[in-house]
Design a binder for this molecule. Structure first.
Ligand SMILES: [Zn+2]
Length: 105
């Protein structure tokens, strides 16, 4: 999910200097105890009343993994196929095949 999508899951979201505050869905919150910050790879949620991130995510029908931003398609690493290694010819390694039918011919 994106940070904006995650923000929309909360109620009474208000921008603050460092991020956002919202009503914590994990307890009966009336004072916007929840702090939501835009981390590098996920939304950082912190309830001042002590709710865990798991409880907060579960209360809005999300998993902890949903708080992580999905990698964008254009950011995905392209798998570059390696060309096959060149055949190395080594003199003296080709076995001699002696056909028994020809032996003694
Ligand atoms: Zn809470």
């Amino acid at each position: 999910m994106t940070f904006d999508e995650i923000l929309r899951c909360f109620k009474s979201v208000t921008k603050t200097g460092e991020g956002y505050t919202a009503l914590c869905p994990a307890h009966d919150d009336r004072a916007r105890s929840l702090s939501i910050k835009n981390g590098n790879d996920r939304a950082l949620v912190n309830c001042f009343a002590g709710c865990s991130a798991e409880q907060i995510a579960a209360s809005i029908n999300l998993k902890i993994s949903d708080l992580f931003y999905e990698p964008r398609p254009d950011r995905k690493l392209k798998i570059v196929e390696k060309p096959p290694p060149p055949l190395t010819l080594m003199a003296g390694t080709v076995p001699l095949i002696v056909s028994p039918a020809r032996a003694g011919n």
